[in-house]
Design a protein around this ligand. Structure first.
Ligand SMILES: [Zn+2]
Length: 310
């Protein structure tokens, strides 16, 4: 698909149409931005889609490529340095595709978590009573199945309660702990990434010296919402499994698995931002921002934890 947009410097966003207008009867192949000194090929500035990546979901053209591109993109994201090696300042930004892809990831993970969440919900209300619970639950069928489906979809935000104590709509899960846990864990990851974004955005040395378009920072931040989505769904699954089979010995392992996943995610997150600056955007020197960003992100994570715990 072709778009007639204003030709801009891919790095700093400076309008290049004035220079193009000075071309009389010949056009150069190579160019340099007068604003940020970034060197480029003119063909890529006039038509940025020329250098679209064949594996990347942001540059998708046909829906049927989605499974292949999703796997390829997630695979490369596992190693942030490898990802930013290919996704640089010259890589076209397509926020619409990126956000739709994130929505798809959320929907797929949400669908996968429905079963353990539904079993957990059901067990909390009816399963405790054994066979009698199932008989009572059955007296509300077939509507009860719809209620449980609704509760599994909207857990831990809102819930329909029904049965002996009547019918109603409540905010939160069975108790507000489930909502708090999901928000705390999700916010813990997202807040740290947001702090990286803010630090890189406001520090005069990064923005002035590298003249980086803000859209590049926002793209990096949007990608880091993937682990936040993952942890939101993971909390749903773990809460569901705990309610479903609280006595299972498997449950003893969950805190350790969870902590290990969280530690790996935070290492990935910091690595992702540092690799973006160093490999993707060519910021030099990167270490002062890396140190400042790490400290600020750790502090913001701690603040989220303490404020939620009180
Ligand atoms: Zn420029």
């Amino acid at each position: 698909m072709q778009e007639r947009a204003i030709p801009i410097c891919p790095k700093c966003g400076y309008d290049q149409s004035g220079i193009i207008a000075t071309w009389d009867h010949a056009c150069p192949l190579q160019g340099q931005c007068t604003e940020c000194a970034y060197e480029f090929q003119w063909a890529n500035v006039v038509d940025p889609a020329r250098v679209d990546l064949l594996w990347y979901t942001e540059h998708i053209h046909r829906k049927r490529d989605l499974p292949y591109r999703s796997l390829q993109t997630l695979w490369r994201l596992l190693l942030p340095s490898a990802f930013w090696c290919e996704v640089g300042v010259h890589t076209r930004i397509r926020f619409r595709n990126l956000l739709l892809w994130l929505l798809l990831i959320l929907l797929v993970l949400h669908a996968l978590s429905l079963f353990p969440v539904a079993m957990g919900n059901w067990h909390e209300q009816w399963g405790m009573m054994g066979a009698r619970g199932f008989r009572e639950f059955s007296t509300y069928a077939p509507l009860a199945y719809l209620y449980e489906l609704h509760n599994a979809i909207f857990s831990p935000f809102v819930r329909i309660h029904y049965g002996y104590y009547g019918f109603g709509y409540t905010l939160g899960g069975y108790n507000n702990d489930e909502l708090e846990a999901a928000m705390l864990i999700c916010g813990f990851v997202a807040a740290q990434s947001l702090m990286w974004l803010i630090i890189i955005w406001v520090l005069p040395i990064t923005r002035a010296r590298s003249a980086l378009r803000a859209a590049h920072l926002v793209r990096a931040f949007v990608i880091t919402l993937i682990p936040a989505i993952f942890f939101f769904e993971l909390v749903r699954v773990i809460t569901g499994l705990f309610n479903w089979m609280p006595a299972s010995p498997m449950m003893n392992w969950f805190p350790f698995v969870f902590l290990a996943l969280m530690a790996l995610t935070l290492i990935w997150l910091y690595w992702f931002w540092i690799a973006a600056m160093k490999v993707g955007w060519g910021i030099r020197p990167v270490w002062p921002i890396a140190i400042l960003g790490s400290i600020a992100a750790l502090l913001s994570g701690a603040i989220v934890f303490v404020s939620q715990g009180l």
